[in-house]
Design a protein around this ligand. Structure first.
Ligand SMILES: [Zn+2]
Length: 360
């Protein structure tokens, strides 16, 4: 039922009629589409209501707490003269950093860590600014208000911020991501333009607090020299930046793209424009299910925590398959190969607008 073609409402209606849909009443069709999303929402809400606090937030909060608890051991191991202990320290700090700055910032940006709006705001500032060296306001705006609200809508949520067409494919896919820890605070500074002086002051103070506390502890607890401390910080912060960039582009780019003036209903937008990767023990823990194997569920229900996304996954996938809607999944290596071989088409050229012929 889905085909690529340039935006043309007349042609679209004609094609819909030819496909045997007949001259359907628009209002009735709209109501049917709303019903699908409402029906799925009811099923998911029922599952959420039947879940305990532990399932709704406790598991994810515990994983984040475990990452913070592992930090003292990481600092102590980094002070060891023995290579194996030192490398264990680097690994421990790198994993903890990924859990805190990817899983933590992502859940915090959606307000999924607390039911209280005040606490949700506090956690967003703590995770995004102190731990993630980015502006909470700009992060929420870019991720929640643009990417989620306008998923795969060209010029709004088309993931083009991830594109760097001037870079060759090997550099983009395997080398440039290592610079993410350096680029992030620079982009954060550029995002401060136009914000209130108080907000700018808060962001600068929080980013400095996060950066200098890690530096200070590496110097004082681990006993590292100035240059070694900075090098360890870069190593730990860049450890997961390759999969971080990969995951961000694999799950949306190359899938159907929509026009801002003629976008499909939400359930079609998300099922066609979002893809799940398979479960992966390391990335499930560090990035969270909502960014790996439950990205479709996350885009349909962004308020759910990682664990709840995993819990409702069978329900959502079964429902979508029953309703003959796509439930897109692909392996990490398969996506990497696709982006490597079709880099020009996917990451350099502007994607064509897709119309969901026949079901619109
Ligand atoms: Zn999200």
């Amino acid at each position: 039922m889905c085909a690529n073609m340039q935006s043309n409402p007349e042609k679209r209606r004609d094609t819909a009629s030819r496909d045997g849909e007949g001259p359907r009443d628009e209002a009735q069709a709209d109501a049917e589409r709303e019903t699908l999303m409402m029906e799925l929402t009811r099923l998911v809400q029922k599952s959420v209501r039947e879940s305990s606090w532990w399932e709704r937030r406790g598991i994810d909060c515990s994983i984040l707490t475990a990452a913070f608890i592992s930090l003292p051991a990481g600092f102590l191991l980094l002070g060891s003269c023995q290579t194996l202990y030192f490398l264990s320290g680097v690994l421990m700090m790198g994993v903890a950093h990924a859990v805190i700055t990817v899983k933590g910032t992502h859940l915090a940006s959606h307000g999924a860590l607390s039911e209280s709006p005040a606490w949700a705001h506090f956690w967003a500032v703590f995770f995004i600014e102190v731990c993630g060296s980015f502006s909470a306001r700009a992060g929420v705006q870019a991720h929640v208000k643009m990417h989620h609200a306008h998923t795969n809508v060209i010029t709004l949520g088309d993931s083009s911020t991830w594109k760097m067409p001037f870079l060759p494919r090997s550099v983009y896919l395997f080398i440039a991501p290592l610079a993410v820890p350096i680029i992030t605070p620079i982009v954060a500074i550029s995002q401060l333009k136009g914000q209130s002086p108080l907000l700018i002051l808060r962001t600068v103070l929080c980013v400095c607090l996060g950066f200098f506390s890690q530096y200070y502890l590496l110097r004082c607890v681990s006993g590292l020299s100035c240059s070694s401390a900075l090098l360890v910080m870069l190593l730990c912060r860049a450890m997961f930046s390759l999969p971080y960039i990969h995951v961000n582009i694999f799950q949306h780019i190359g899938l159907p793209m929509f026009s801002a003036t003629n976008r499909p209903k939400r359930i079609y937008q998300m099922t066609h424009g979002v893809l799940n990767l398979p479960r992966n023990l390391l990335l499930d823990w560090t990035f969270g299910h909502s960014l790996i194997s439950c990205h479709v569920e996350h885009h349909l229900f962004p308020f759910l925590s990682d664990n709840m996304c995993l819990k409702v996954k069978p329900l959502v996938s079964q429902y979508l398959k029953e309703k003959k809607l796509p439930y897109q999944e692909d392996a990490y290596v398969s996506r990497l190969s696709l982006f490597f071989h079709r880099y020009q088409e996917l990451m350099v050229f502007t994607p064509p607008i897709t119309e969901l012929v026949g079901i619109q």
